[in-house]
Design a binder for this molecule. Structure first.
Ligand code: CO8
Length: 374
């Protein structure tokens, strides 16, 4: 009996609204003018540092990001507000993350040629869920009409790859037979739009993947999981202190450390060698060579970082479609980035071709899955 496990369908929900670098920088610079005017006295007496302007040139050169999609634009670009203003929904309405995840999941099910009732496990795997309980996964399970059980899991940028690994393990154990791994990422609500270092980094999106056994799979495009490896190593260089204890210290409940913040340069320098050695050992243990990969669906945080990874794995002169970039239009979408690339860029792969789905980010965490077109 063939025990192979496959990703048999993927789905993508792209939010309706978007923001260009130009719009974001214009609003940030208006905020800088406002701040510097309001603190004129303290700035001239040397008690407060004046804020500096952001620039589109810097953002594009340092990150490759040109544009991002957001669930709600209203508020983000207003220098007096600088956050998405989202209406709270009643408990008996579908939550925002469930709505986004549902739309991505329906596409993944259609590609896998499955009905919701064929699914017996829903995993919502993303950087943040909008509440602790009931799990967003259970809400989606009910809204779609799936059987079995559901749970949420959070491993920052590696949530989706770790989610697929968890799905594979649970199928192998017999705890589930067909799994939806859904990543509804509303990063815009955790961005500090007043921080020049990070105001441009993130966008919103939702992705979904169906994981099941190859035997009985009806998909035209199944991707067999031929190896997976997850690793974490504690680091404070990417951090958000947002959490359920915030309200217990009211004086600092809304301080900047409750939003995403990072030491970007340090992250860049520390993560790259970790990624190289992680992938080296994974390929060596699997008896494979990186050159055998026909496509690299990499995490989408920084174009320069991806170019280093591609160069290390495949050398110079690699055609751009070998390691597709979607962060130029989607920005960093946390755990969903590599899955967007997988969803959008599979054309030209033939039966037997292999590719690598790989995420890296906060934790630190790295999740990598070697896939083979059946
Ligand atoms: N405009 C103009 N100048 C700027 C700006 C700006 N917007 N921002 C910074 N500068 C200045 C700096 O002040 C600095 O000036 P100086 O040299 O005078 O000190 C100079 O530009 C260079 O700054 P950096 O060294 O910070 O610039 P880098 O080249 O390192 O680029 C990046 C910054 C783009 C952030 C880069 O370091 C990077 O991408 N690093 C990798 C980060 C990464 O991969 N992080 C993963 C995080 S994502 C994740 O794990 C998910 C978290 C969960 C989701 C969160 C949802 C919100």
């Amino acid at each position: 009996m063939d025990n192979s496990i496959v990703i048999s369908g993927t789905g993508l929900f792209t939010p309706p609204e978007s923001i260009s670098n130009e719009e974001l920088v214009e609003s940030f610079n208006a905020f800088v003018d406002l701040f510097n005017r309001q603190h004129e006295g303290e700035i001239s007496s040397g008690h407060v540092e004046p804020l500096a302007y952001s620039s589109c040139e810097f953002i594009e050169k340092a990150s490759g990001i040109k544009h991002r999609y957001v669930m709600v634009r209203d508020g983000i670009l207003d220098p007096e507000i600088m956050m998405p203003l989202m209406d709270e929904r009643a408990a008996d309405s579908l939550s925002v993350q469930a709505e986004m995840g549902l739309l991505a999941a329906q596409q993944a099910l259609a590609e896998a040629d499955l009905d919701a009732a064929d699914i017996d496990l829903v995993i919502v795997a993303c950087a943040y869920t909008q509440r602790a309980y009931p799990a967003v996964a259970i809400e989606i399970q009910q809204a779609l009409g799936c059987r079995g059980f559901g749970f949420d899991m959070q491993v920052a940028c590696s949530s989706a790859t770790f989610g697929v690994s968890a799905a594979q393990g649970l199928i192998q154990q017999g705890a589930a037979s067909r799994v939806l791994v859904i990543s509804p990422e509303i990063c815009s609500a955790q961005v500090n739009y007043r921080d020049r270092d990070s105001h441009f980094i993130f966008g919103d999106v939702a992705t979904a993947m169906v994981v099941e056994r190859l035997q009985g799979c009806r998909s035209h495009l199944p991707l067999q999981i031929i190896g997976q490896r997850c690793i974490t190593e504690y680091s404070n260089n990417i951090r958000s202190n947002f959490g359920f204890l915030n309200r217990c210290t009211p004086a600092t409940a809304y301080a900047a450390d409750k939003l995403f913040h990072q030491q970007g340069r340090k992250v860049f320098k520390e993560l790259l060698p970790m990624i190289y050695s992680h992938l080296d050992s994974q390929f060596a243990d699997a008896g494979l060579e990186p050159a055998m990969m026909k496509r690299l669906w990499l995490h989408q945080a920084n174009i320069n970082m991806n170019q280093f990874v591609v160069k290390k794995l495949l050398g110079e002169d690699v055609p751009p479609d070998m390691a597709p970039i979607v962060l130029d239009t989607y920005a960093n979408t946390a755990s969903a980035g590599s899955v967007i690339a997988l969803h959008k860029c599979r054309e030209g792969l033939r039966s037997g071709d292999m590719g690598l789905l790989c995420s890296f980010g906060a934790g630190y965490s790295i999740g990598s899955i070697i896939l083979k077109t059946v």
